[in-house]
Design a protein around this ligand. Structure first.
Ligand code: KMH
Ligand code: ZN
Length: 275
């Protein structure tokens, strides 16, 4: 409760189309501009999905390496690559994301219905991701789409040990159609279950779509951190499209300040997360 707030920006995702959401950053230049401006506002971590020349989601290894290098050169942000990719990405390509040597990578803790699709995360695949991250010194952020994913994480850590860096950090991704709802009640249930994880485990939360604000407020009120960005919501308020990721980060910073838990710098975030 006493620490500052870790703010992660997830600027792009794999689900929205550039044609429908023109403000979505999809080129490397757009991503870098977004990253620099979000860092200046108070973000400390960037959760990255990249796009190809047609603005379609890709896990192209060369592009991922170039993206990590460019973000490191231009910002001090902690670079977290998505290993979730798009629901259509094969496991081998998702594992190969780690070859780009990011500071952090996401690791989703179970399969979940994802709108009309299925986001598949088999147990053996999760074990592979976790152990490869241990070997390479990549710090995981465990993505929790449902309460049972926290039980799966407890099992994973019990069998295979702590992640690289020794600190456990989870992110509740709430309000996905098919996953847990984006409500304060669901967040409190997850927060309770975090107590069964290693001491010192920290959590962030993000609410998809209209659950963004209740999840943000509930997370701050229960000692959690924040993830915001156009991966998770493209509507700022009823009938008002998001203008930019910066608009969402600025709102999160204001909420964190109101909670008297101001944003952590990237250096503070590195200390917290063991990066
Ligand atoms: N795009 C979703 C299918 C992650 O980045 O690790 C998965 C996702 C989670 O966004
Ligand atoms: Zn993602």
């Amino acid at each position: 409760m006493t620490t500052g707030t870790l703010i992660t920006v997830a600027p792009t995702g794999a689900e929205s189309a550039k044609a429908e959401v023109p403000a979505l950053p999809v080129t490397l230049d757009e991503l870098l501009l977004t990253a620099k401006e979000c860092e200046a506002l108070g973000a400390a971590v960037i959760h990255v999905h990249i796009r190809d020349d047609e603005a379609k989601p890709t896990l192209d290894p060369g592009r991922l390496r170039d993206t990590v290098a460019a973000l490191r050169e231009n910002t001090d942000l902690i670079v977290q690559l998505s290993t979730g990719g798009a629901v259509t990405d094969p496991e081998a390509a998702r594992l190969a994301v780690l070859d780009a040597r990011p500071d952090m990578a996401s690791c989703t803790m179970g399969t979940v219905n994802f709108g009309d699709d299925v986001f598949l995360n088999r147990w053996e695949f999760i074990v592979d991701l976790h152990t490869r991250m241990q070997e390479r010194g990549v710090v995981p952020e465990y993505e929790i789409f449902d309460l049972g994913h926290l039980t799966a994480l407890q099992r994973l850590l019990g069998k295979y040990g702590l992640p690289a860096g020794g600190h456990v950090h989870v992110d509740f991704v709430m309000g996905v159609p098919g996953g847990m709802p984006g409500t304060a009640e669901a967040l409190v249930a997850c927060r309770q279950a975090v107590r069964d994880l290693p001491e010192g485990t920290t959590f962030s939360a993000t609410g998809i779509g209209r659950s963004t604000i209740p999840v943000m407020l509930a997370s701050l009120a229960t000692g959690g951190h924040l993830r915001v960005g156009m991966e998770d919501t493209v509507t700022y308020a009823k009938g008002q499209p998001v203008e930019s990721n910066m608009q969402l980060v600025a709102r999160a910073v204001a909420a964190a300040q109101l909670a008297q838990r101001p944003p952590l710098t990237p250096t503070g975030a590195r200390q917290l997360l063991g990066v």
